[in-house]
Design a protein around this ligand. Structure first.
Ligand SMILES: [Zn+2]
Length: 259
């Protein structure tokens, strides 16, 4: 039996990053339900025989018993047990590359505390759709980018044309810098930096931005529009967070389909 002090706490979350430190120790970054994104120091985790070896593995969803030492910002690990392993991530490099990009994105935006649960659920659901092949890789990417940006304070105004308020059109043009849309009637000739959003892509984007998380995954869109959507979303993310992601470059280098 482990003696628990008052300071220990139990959390559930997924390991989104790991950094090896001296010898066989590592620091893992966990996207958790209870505390958002936190770093945990794991002693001896790199040894195969270590009892925390699988529960602290990258992209493993686990329960962790942690405590905080007074001298450090890092949490320390007391116990860990596996809840779910996404096995397909270890056999498909494109899946793995997308999961790595999703992690870098989560670490880049500031994840608000009251929304942790939503973001963890989003992350887990996307990994599920990805690894079971229910959604294409590009649709998973676009949906994750869209929803994460919305939930961290970068929700674009998608309900109607910026100028006339029109909701229903076969096509809109999106301004990724200002995060708004304009209809073809109101579009001025000089506004060439806007990206075309055809109806199916527009509908998908609205769905990902406004639907309840539970319902979001019942939606689907064909490959052509998923590709288009992925391009617009990526552009939006790069404009609003940082211009370059190493993991995005890696994702592109292993991608089976060209965007
Ligand atoms: Zn208009």
């Amino acid at each position: 039996m482990t003696q628990m002090s008052n300071q220990t706490q139990t959390i559930t979350g997924i390991v989104i990053k790991e950094i090896k430190t001296k010898e066989s120790d590592k620091i893992i970054t966990v996207l958790s339900k209870e505390l958002g994104v936190i770093n945990i120091y794991v002693k001896g985790a790199m040894r195969l025989k270590n009892k925390f070896h699988s529960a602290t593995g990258l992209f493993t969803y686990s329960e962790f018993v942690i405590f905080r030492s007074r001298s450090s910002d890092l949490y320390q690990l007391n116990e860990a047990s596996v809840k779910h392993i996404f096995h397909a991530l270890s056999t498909n490099v494109e899946y793995l590359a997308l999961a790595m990009y999703m992690s870098e994105l989560v670490c880049e935006v500031s994840v608000p505390n009251d929304m942790n649960n939503e973001i963890l659920r989003l992350y887990l659901n996307i990994l599920h759709m990805l690894t079971t092949g229910k959604w294409s890789v590009l649709l998973c990417k676009a949906a994750f980018e869209m929803r994460l940006m919305c939930d961290t304070g970068f929700r674009p105004a998608l309900l109607g044309c910026k100028a006339c308020g029109e909701y229903e059109k076969d096509m809109f043009f999106m301004d990724v810098v200002n995060g708004d849309i304009i209809c073809p009637t109101c579009m001025k000739a000089h506004q060439t930096d806007r990206m075309i959003m055809e109806k199916p892509a527009m509908l998908a984007m609205r769905y990902f931005a406004y639907a309840d998380l539970d319902k979001m995954f019942s939606f689907t869109v064909n490959d052509f529009f998923a590709r288009h959507l992925a391009l617009v979303r990526e552009n939006y993310v790069l404009r609003h967070t940082k211009p370059e992601y190493k993991t995005l470059q890696f994702f592109k280098s292993v991608q089976s389909q060209e965007i």
